[in-house]
Design a protein around this ligand. Structure first.
Ligand SMILES: C[S@@+](CC[C@H](N)C(=O)[O-])C[C@H]1O[C@@H](n2cnc3c(N)ncnc32)[C@H](O)[C@@H]1O
Length: 208
């Protein structure tokens, strides 16, 4: 993958140096999403931007089948070390989705979409929606303009900054969420406190 917006080396280097950099506990967003998935009997989950699997664990513990997509080989090796080899994890970029012909009734994408440029974000949203079964739910978390890093670094395009080399981030507000997700069944947006203020964006596919 040669796209200058997506630097696989950036993540590989980070995982080699910092290993399980966010700990092994699932994020607050994954806990909230697990409750939504249980309530709606969601069973088969796709996680684009899988990392080393900390967010997959809570779904697996609750009897769901999880498939991941991850660009860093080291992150995948860490996931294997902690959580075994039962889960399918495709090594590659979400820009090359789909990796299989499966339909998933739940998609959970944490901390990835804001790393992409507008074309890649649209492609990710549409690729996820294509792999979502009817009545399925897809949940994205995206960094908010309320984050203290908003406006720092080099401006690349509206609301997108290179905070430091290799880390280009698009900061969301309600307007950009509406614009990007309204065509894929945007259902609810809430704010979640993680390391940064994040939006939890919930979409439901409803084809009649
Ligand atoms: C902010 S981290 C979040 C990781 C994981 N979701 C978690 O919360 O533990 C973003 C993840 O997406 C992966 N990633 C970045 N760009 C990617 C791409 N184009 N395709 C697939 N994975 C990507 C990174 O390697 C990293 O694991």
């Amino acid at each position: 993958m040669t796209n200058e917006n997506l630097d696989p080396e950036f993540w590989e280097t980070n995982f080699i140096e910092k290993q399980e950099m966010w700990g092994l506990e699932s994020s607050n967003s994954a806990v909230l999403t697990k409750d939504l998935f249980i309530k709606n009997s969601v069973k088969n989950i796709l996680i684009p931007g899988f990392g080393y699997g900390r967010n997959a664990q809570i779904f697996i513990e609750n009897g769901m089948n999880v498939t991941g997509i991850e660009i860093s080989k080291t992150a995948i090796a860490l996931a294997r070390k902690h959580y075994g080899s039962r889960t399918t994890i495709y090594h590659g970029s979400v820009t090359d989705m789909p990796f299989d012909n499966c339909q998933y009734d739940g998609i959970f994408c944490y901390g990835l979409i804001h790393l992409l440029d507008i074309t890649e974000r649209q492609k990710l949203i549409s690729a996820c929606n294509n792999q979502l079964s009817n009545n399925g739910y897809m949940i994205f978390t995206a960094i908010s303009k309320k984050a203290p890093t908003y406006g720092k670094g080099k401006l690349i395009s509206k609301d997108r900054y290179e905070i430091f080399e290799g880390a280009k981030i698009f900061f969301y507000d309600m307007e950009s969420i509406q614009a990007e997700f309204e065509k894929v069944g945007l259902l609810e947006v809430s704010e979640v406190k993680e390391n940064h203020p994040l939006f939890l964006i919930t979409c439901k596919k409803n084809e009649t």
